[in-house]
Design a protein around this ligand. Structure first.
Ligand SMILES: [Mg+2]
Length: 107
C-alpha cells in the first residue's frame, strides 16, 4: 500500500534527523518534537486551504495556493510517517486496517 521508496526515504530521513538534532536527545523529547512538526505542517496546510478561497488576510494571498496546498499535504504525510517511524508503529498495517474498517461502514 505504501510505496517502498517512500518508506525507505522515511527510514533514512528519520535517522538523518536524529543525527542532525543529536542522538543524545531522549525519545520523549523526539516524540514531542515530531508531534509538534506534524501540527506545524497541518497549520501550514490550513493556511493554504483557507487561501484557495480567499479566506485569508490579503498579505497571505500571494502565490498559487493550490500548488502550495499540495506541497503542504506532502509535508503532512511525511511528518506523520516520520512520527510513526519514531514511535515504531507500522503505518502500512494501520492504513490497511483502517481502510478495511471504513469499507465496512454501513452508511
Ligand atoms: Mg510545510
Amino acid at each position: 500500500m505504501l510505496d517502498k521508496k517512500l518508506l525507505n526515504f522515511i527510514s533514512r530521513e528519520s535517522k538523518r534527523l536524529i543525527r542532525f538534532y543529536g542522538s543524545n536527545t531522549d525519545s520523549r523529547t523526539r516524540n514531542l518534537a515530531r508531534l509538534a512538526k506534524v501540527t506545524e505542517e497541518l497549520g501550514e496546510l490550513s493556511n493554504e486551504v483557507l487561501a484557495i478561497d480567499g479566506d485569508q488576510r490579503s498579505s497571505k494571498l500571494s502565490g498559487n495556493h493550490r500548488e502550495k496546498a499540495a506541497e503542504e499535504i506532502a509535508d503532512v504525510i511525511i511528518t506523520v510517517l516520520l512520527l510513526a517511524e519514531h514511535l515504531d508503529l507500522d503505518a502500512e498495517r494501520a492504513l490497511k486496517q483502517k481502510i478495511k474498517k471504513i469499507k465496512n461502514r454501513k452508511y
